[in-house]
Write a protein that binds this ligand. Structure first.
Ligand code: UDP
Length: 383
């Protein structure tokens, strides 16, 4: 079969990389091509380099001042020649970005089957997060095959009358990526990690912070920064904060936190140094979706600076605590985790609701059982 993987943002690239590598390993059974839209240009390229992947098609869609109208129409238009050239049997898209939905629609117009990875996440509020919740819903409508990371995601799809035979529960490929990534950084020197090792006092607990969500711009980030300031001033810790490049994030963060000696404000990190930072962190404070899934695989507690999450599995499992952007809640929960070692250690005993790192295998097994059996045979003869 001919497979086209299409993605455009950093999280999509991270979560599609393990699948691309699996298809590459199975090159006797598949002809696989990667199409990137370039929705997150530099961060996307960095992930491709890290996983040693290259794009066969690069739409490079971003323009200065681009809005959702022009982005969506550009992707749909530019996908047409790609689909006509390669004529894939399946187009794989991921998650909830504008890239996913626009590519899925273009694939539908071309009569190609669409496979949706990380399908079935819902907040049930079409405006939040915007436009992601609508993107997810629309992509589910367009897709022929749905790879749900959890049973709850499957249930959400069933409630929307999606054919149960077209849904497979696979775990999240983000865990596959994390395992691959940790193996790479163990075996390949990284200037980014070395640089961080030079400036972080590893004797002190590390609090790792990331945040970018639109819904937290304005008052949200002011409260978050006030909470981090309070923790930095009263606790013997290092706060490491890769600050998102959005000016709505940069402004409050640099204004409120840059004078503190134990707060290290750094650029958004390449994946390799970010997963290293997660692995050494005592507590992770974030509003990111992917980090909520990755952290439990490392046994780390996560405070999520949102009031709701489309990842309630992690809240139910106890690995994620929703703290919103309330200063007192953020400070109290951080302190509790810093001072209660047993509580902290209990997080490594919780099994990760997002799977065991074999999601890509399960995806291939579901859709292409013959190719998967051939892969297993090859793996066994190698052992
Ligand atoms: N990440 C990264 N560098 C950073 C912050 C995050 O490589 O400085 C990775 C992180 O490991 C996760 C992904 O980016 O896999 C999450 O991306 P983001 O928070 O932008 O998107 P979301 O997951 O919220 O869609």
């Amino acid at each position: 079969p001919k497979i086209l993987l299409a993605f455009g943002t950093r999280p999509e690239a991270i979560k599609m990389a393990p699948l691309a590598i699996m298809f590459q390993n199975l090159h006797e059974s598949f002809e696989m091509r990667i199409c990137v839209t370039g929705q997150h240009r530099e961060m996307l390229d960095q992930i491709m380099q890290f996983f040693e992947l290259s794009a066969h098609y690069d739409l490079n869609v971003m323009r200065p001042g681009q809005n959702l109208f022009s982005l969506t129409s550009r992707i749909i238009n530019d996908m047409r020649p790609v689909l006509e050239d390669f004529k894939p049997d399946y187009v794989f898209v991921h998650g909830d970005t504008t890239t996913s939905t626009a590519v899925a629609l273009a694939a539908f117009y071309s009569g190609c089957k669409v496979a949706h990875v990380e399908a079935g996440l819902r907040t049930f509020d079409k405006w939040a997060p915007f436009p992601e919740e609508m993107n997810r819903n629309l992509t589910s409508k367009l897709a022929d095959i749905h790879f749900a990371p959890t049973r709850l995601a499957r249930k959400n799809l069933l409630n929307e009358a999606i054919n149960p035979a077209s849904i497979a529960v696979t775990g999240n490929t983000v865990i596959d990526a994390l395992h691959l990534g940790l193996e790479i950084i163990d075996n390949r020197p990284s200037e980014y990690i070395d640089k961080l090792k030079g400036v972080i006092d590893l004797q002190k607990p590390v609090i790792l912070v990331t945040g970018h969500r639109r819904e937290n711009h304005g008052d949200g980030f002011l409260h978050i920064c006030a909470a981090l300031r309070e923790v930095a001033l009263t606790e013997d810790v290092n706060i490491i904060y890769p600050v998102h490049l959005n000016p709505n994030v940069q402004k409050p963060v640099y204004e409120l936190l840059s004078d503190l000696p134990n707060v290290l404000l750094i650029e958004p990190q390449p994946y390799e140094s970010f997963i290293w930072l997660m692995s050494i962190a005592t507590v992770i404070i974030t509003d990111s979706g992917g980090v909520q899934e990755e952290a439990p695989a490392l046994g780390k507690p996560v405070l999520v600076m949102r009031d709701t999450t489309e990842r309630p599995e992690a809240v139910d499992a106890g690995t994620v605590i929703l703290v919103g952007t309330h200063q007192k809640k953020i400070v109290d929960c951080t302190r509790e985790l810093l001072h209660d070692k047993e509580l902290r250690l209990s997080y490594s005993a919780i099994s990760n609701p997002y799977g065991d790192g074999h999601a890509s295998e399960k995806i291939i097994q579901f859709l292409f059982p013959d190719a998967y059996n051939a892969y297993l045979k090859k793996k066994l003869t190698r052992i």
